[in-house]
Design a protein around this ligand. Structure first.
Ligand code: FEO
Ligand code: CA
Ligand code: CA
Ligand code: CA
Length: 629
């Protein structure tokens, strides 16, 4: 397999030998000087003047950067739209850069660690953004600077910094720039304590009932909100990912159940010590609360008094994003990844059809339908990096999802979707992160971010996960022949990521569209613009040494689905992740998130801040044109 990788898809991919190597420049760039007006416009160093013309990618790729700043393609500018802690809701207190804001104050401020987000236009000059606040960096959140909450007040502040921020925005004059609108009736915080409802087949199930909610239909809050989706009827989907890390107990002899273990609950060593101060998160006292998280939540950003809904039909796992599309027969299809080593890729197909004339009729589409899970096989000839696959229905009573195998009813198949997926023989993937659907041909792309344990016992190599100790990750794509409800597909590898600088040959070099100039690891965020450019964001190692030499900080790149070419567009500041990608309706403004800058304590982003702050970044072209064109 090793020897074949460079020949794969060669007809479609760019020959790297035509590119100019610029190895020496990596550490010298990222000048990205900060100008007084708040806009970064000194670009990253442009690469490879001899690039072949590409009709889709209209910018010059930039070099890697290790600077504590943003580097961006020539002709573009980047600026902060909003940062963690900024006042949002009426009556909010000013941000205290030393962590002094109270829980009650944080509840009215923009949340922390912004991740997936969507832009909802209202008219040409007004919009509303729904922005996930995935988690917190305790060392910056709390004035005491410790990495754990030390009181109920700390826990409440942490809970208030989680969830989703709904942010109204308005256009600045006649430009592609936008600014936060304050006050606005749309501005809203949804936190780990906001009342929500369950809907779908598992709503009301005994496993979702608690002492505080005997109905099993009312739940408090959302947290671990990783990425997102957007429905055709204009609502926002937020995806609950690492919910397990918020639960635990101090009861030393507490024995986790197999179902809790399947969702990696470490009861005696919770990552955040919410259970120490808030008994809702103590699994010994409230064992079913754990089952009430790990879902996809629908929020109506244009209705500030609406109650968010957790849709159980989409299954419970560590949801990354929700890539929504409408199949040619009108059914709603949602592709979803479960981000953990060896977990799976899912697809939900609605029973009913999208009704654009009567949006109210669409509300049940996320409650009645079938959840499928993917099996990726090789092709008949054993050709590397491509193959066939099928979607297997997770329906109670079928495919071994029966009481004999531990599934007592349809709701349990959804509440324990991971167990159901394993039962039907789903393929263990290399940490499925985002999925995005190409608007031009319906092919779906998925980032498999990395898997250091691939090839170990219980995690054998497979055609779609072909590399042992997969530290770089890959971007896989599947083709359902133009029918998103199809039960069979073919797949190939858009990119097997790698590092030709550290590994000039072999499988860690990557496919030929990975070059010394664009090398990156751990693709994560993913999104298409209307022209069909594939935006790729990374959440990987940023040591810039050894296996990662020449890759610099986390970055955003753009891929051409036809040619396979990938160019680096932007690089983030130190120890951040770039994530979340959305556009204004004219595609002249791109929003992207700098998440957890300085998680290693080495950043003052943005604006030389005493404590680094996760921020939404707004990118425009200096000539006002379409981004990426
Ligand atoms: Fe929140 Fe899998 O990333
Ligand atoms: Ca993230
Ligand atoms: Ca992610
Ligand atoms: Ca990630």
């Amino acid at each position: 397999m090793t020897n074949n990788i460079e020949q794969l898809n060669a007809d479609r991919l760019i020959d790297p030998t035509r590119r100019k190597l610029l190895l020496g420049s990596a550490g010298a760039v990222g000048l990205a000087g900060f100008l007084g007006g708040g806009i970064w416009s000194v670009s990253g160093e442009a690469l490879a003047a001899d690039l072949p013309a590409n009709k889709l990618l209209g910018f010059k790729g930039i070099a890697a950067s290790t600077a504590d700043d943003i580097a961006i393609a020539e002709g573009y500018q980047a600026e902060v739209l909003i940062s963690w802690g900024e006042p949002l809701v009426d009556g909010a207190a000013a941000f205290d850069p030393n962590g002094g804001n109270s829980a009650a104050e944080q509840e009215k401020q923009f949340g922390d660690n912004n991740d997936g987000m969507s832009f909802f236009p209202i008219d040409d000059n007004h919009g509303v953004m729904a922005i996930n606040n995935e988690y917190v960096n305790e060392q910056y959140l709390f004035a005491h600077g410790g990495d754990k909450a030390t009181s109920l007040e700390d826990v409440r502040k942490s809970q208030a910094a989680h969830g989703v921020s709904i942010v109204a925005v308005k256009r600045v004059g006649d430009t592609p720039r936008w600014e936060v609108e304050r006050p606005s009736r749309y501005n809203r915080r949804i936190t780990a304590n906001t009342p929500m409802q369950f809907s779908g087949p598992a709503a009301g199930h005994p496993l979702l009932q608690t002492a505080a909610d005997p109905s099993g239909r009312q739940v408090l809050g959302t947290f671990g909100n990783c990425a997102n989706g957007k429905t055709p009827w204009g609502t926002y989907l937020t995806c609950e990912e690492n919910f397990d890390t918020y639960f635990g107990t101090q009861q030393a002899d507490y024995q986790t159940t197999p179902e809790q273990q399947r969702y990696t609950l470490k009861a005696n060593e919770p990552e955040r010590n919410w259970p120490d101060f808030d008994p809702r998160f103590d699994v010994a006292k409230n064992p079913h609360e754990f089952n009430r998280h790990g879902w996809i939540v629908e929020i109506d950003p244009l209705n500030p008094t609406s109650t968010p809904i957790k849709h159980t039909a989409l299954g419970r796992f560590k949801h990354e994003n929700a890539a929504v599309t409408v199949a040619k027969n009108g059914r709603l299809v949602v592709y979803m990844g479960d981000d953990e080593r060896g977990e799976h890729i899912y697809k939900y197909v609605s029973k009913g059809k999208v009704d654009s004339a009567n949006p109210a009729n669409n509300r049940s589409l996320l409650d009645e339908g079938t959840l499928f899970v993917a099996q990726f096989d090789g092709d008949a000839n054993g050709t590397p990096l491509k193959g066939k696959g099928r979607w297997i229905a997770l329906e109670f009573g079928k495919n071994g999802l029966t009481p004999e195998n531990g599934f007592r009813d349809a709701a349990e198949v959804l509440i324990f979707a991971r167990k159901a997926a394993a039962q039907v023989g789903a393929t263990k993937m290399d940490r499925p992160e985002w999925i995005a659907v190409n608007p031009h041909d319906g092919r779906a792309y998925c980032t498999l971010t990395n898997n250091s344990k691939r090839g170990d016992e219980g995690m054998p190599l497979t055609p779609a996960n072909p590399r042992p100790k997969n530290i770089y990750g890959q971007i896989i794509r599947w083709d359902e022949g133009g029918d998103a409800t199809a039960e069979h597909f073919s797949w190939d590898m858009f990119a097997l990521c790698g590092n030709p600088i550290a590994h000039p040959e072999g499988m860690y070099r990557g496919t030929p569209n990975i070059t010394a100039e664009n090398t990156f690891n751990s693709p994560d965020g993913l999104g298409f613009d209307s022209a069909g450019r594939l935006w790729i964001l990374t959440d990987g190692k940023y040591s810039n040494k050894g296996d990662y030499q020449g890759q610099g900080n986390n970055q955003m790149l753009v891929g051409d689905p036809q040619s396979g070419e990938i160019r680096r567009f932007m690089v983030g500041p130190k120890s951040c992740e770039l994530t979340g990608v959305t556009f204004a309706q004219d595609y002249k403004t791109l929003f992207v998130n700098v998440q957890h800058p300085g998680e290693e304590g080495d950043s003052h982003f943005p604006h030389n801040s005493p404590r680094p702050r996760s921020s939404v970044i707004m990118i425009t072209r200096k000539d006002g044109g379409v981004i990426g064109a």
